[in-house]
Design a protein around this ligand. Structure first.
Ligand code: ZN
Length: 230
């Protein structure tokens, strides 16, 4: 008889702030079953408790620094000190190393927003954190909170776009996401503007799938806009 492989495993981590070594759970990929990918790239899973986002953020139990794999590990001493003075000094030892509920995942994502702001992580990374947090909040039907973080996410993506700093994301995808996030908040005029930028982009031939999605969403946004202005 073969022994069943556990759903979760421990990942070894080292805190970027205080160098403390700790573990955090991760889902084994063989257990993740995607049911649907939405137009904002959020995913729905056959089993909601097997959502890898629940385990994306690591929290150092000693100092409260929360980060994901995209966070930059090196930063200026001043930022490290700022985090220690503002956050760690008030941190009461908490352990997020076990299995997580959606509510706990929301808490750790919010800690990552704070940690990312204090250590001045790139806008594109904070934009992603805020967007994923809004997905988790939406799954909990916390619509107002989800909208609040979609707004933060838009602000950060717009800053990244204005500086042209996308890390591992393509410019086309960033522009598309901006269109889709505006569309989700019913700002159809803004959404149309961004989708049009994707459709007319000089690199549009390199990512035909994104352009196709932009065309579909542009059409939806235009219909909504027409209905409002009628
Ligand atoms: Zn730490």
């Amino acid at each position: 008889m073969t022994k069943e492989v556990p759903l979760l495993y421990d990942k070894q981590l080292s805190c970027h702030i205080c160098d403390h070594n700790f573990t955090s759970k991760k889902l084994r990929s063989r257990y993740i079953r995607v049911k649907q990918v939405n137009n904002d790239f959020s995913k729905e899973y056959k089993d909601a408790s097997r959502n890898p986002l629940l385990y994306e953020v690591y929290v150092c139990p000693e100092c409260g620094y929360a980060f994901n794999d995209q966070f930059q590990e090196t930063f200026h001493q001043a930022q490290r000190e700022q985090f220690i003075n503002k956050i760690s000094s008030k941190w009461r030892k908490q352990d997020f190393s076990g299995e997580r509920s959606h509510e706990e995942a929301v808490r750790v994502f919010k800690l990552a927003v704070v940690a990312g702001e204090q250590t001045m992580q790139p806008d594109i990374i904070l934009a992603g954190i805020c967007m994923k947090l809004s997905w988790l909040l939406r799954e909990l039907n916390e619509e107002d909170e989800a909208t609040r973080f979609v707004n933060f996410s838009i602000q950060k993506f717009e800053k990244a776009f204005s500086y042209g700093n996308y890390e591992s994301m393509s410019e086309l995808k960033v522009i598309y996401i901006l269109g889709e996030l505006h569309r989700l908040l019913n700002r159809n005029g803004e959404a149309i503007k961004y989708f049009s930028k994707v459709i007319q982009h000089k690199h549009r031939h390199m990512e035909p799938q994104i352009v196709e999605m932009a065309r579909d969403q542009w059409y939806k946004a235009r219909e909504k806009n027409k209905a409002v202005n009628r």
